[in-house]
Design a protein around this ligand. Sequence first.
Ligand code: DGY
Length: 381
Amino acid sequence: MDDNHWQIVNPGGSMRVIVTKELPGERWLEILTSAGCRVEICTSKAVLLAGQIRAAIGTSCDGAIGQLTEPWGEELFAALKGAGARAYSNYAVGFNNIDLAAATRHGIPVGNTPGVLTETTAEMAVALTFAAARRVGESERFLRAGKYDGWLPTLFLGELLWRKTVGIVGAGRIGAAYARMMVEGHKMNVIYYDINQNRILEDFVADYAKFLSEQEEPPVACRRAETIEELVEAADVVSLHTVLDDTTHHMMNAERLALMKKTAVLVNTSRGPVVDEAALVQHCRRNPEFRAGLDVFEEEPALAPGLTELENVVIVPHIASATSWTRQGMAVLAASNVAGILMGFPVWGRPDILSFLSAEPPKAAPSILNAEELGLSTYSG
Ligand code: DGY
């Protein structure tokens, strides 16, 4: 291991945990060190390759916290197992970089960090929606370039979203939070596509519609689409909140983009490969009134050729969860996953995960994805 790029905290700790990137806040480190861990943190900003992580795992390692940019598959879980490790946590809620089956085969519990990204990511989806619809990037570039010669009735006309229809693909935690922001803030109707019905979202919109009617305002509505085609045809904004797997890869392809309204907005804060990025570039080129707001990209950090030249696309570098509160919360959850398993705690298995951010967190591992497959016990306290 290259010592120049690794910081060691609590060198006398009896269990060795490697952390492949520096994480924000202090609390996560306290959790690991008070569990008796020696923590080795990679201080380099470059994405570590599998071979470098394997070298860092070495011959004796009890646990690891890794990044969504790293390929945690057979090679690394075998290395962890071989080094005697008992726990891994992704520093992310998404886990498309993980081969969960391989981890389970090697008996390694895999944690993730749900619950603390919800509102933060939904807020970024809202920000991208309006930045795209109201041409914020394009008009700011115009202004900074010294091209503003004075107010004009026709300068940068965009789309009003008030009382239009927002389409949500994937109505889980983040998708539903975004939907609520668009309903409450902008009185939009909702159409959603999800393999599961989201009754809580439907009931929320129905209650809100009742409230609006009582105020003598037009109500709002929510319905579940049978197909993605139905959703993309109906929506003025389509926001993607699905996981990335074989069924969602290139879900937004040329055919579905062509079904969208000419003035629609596509927002992606999920995972880049959910959108066929080359097809999106073509579509935005041919349809200047169409707009996209993207936080994630198919081949991060590379962007599809032509994407940066498009005025009708707003792009940010995968920062939807980037608030201090969320990123510190993710660190606490990742550390609690690893420390919890190393201390022999059961798995939380409950939705109220924010209690792990409190001064007296439950004695449990907050979120272990393969808990059931590994037969881990569930918290009952
Ligand atoms: C996640 O946690 O999956 C996010 O993409 C990080 O921003």
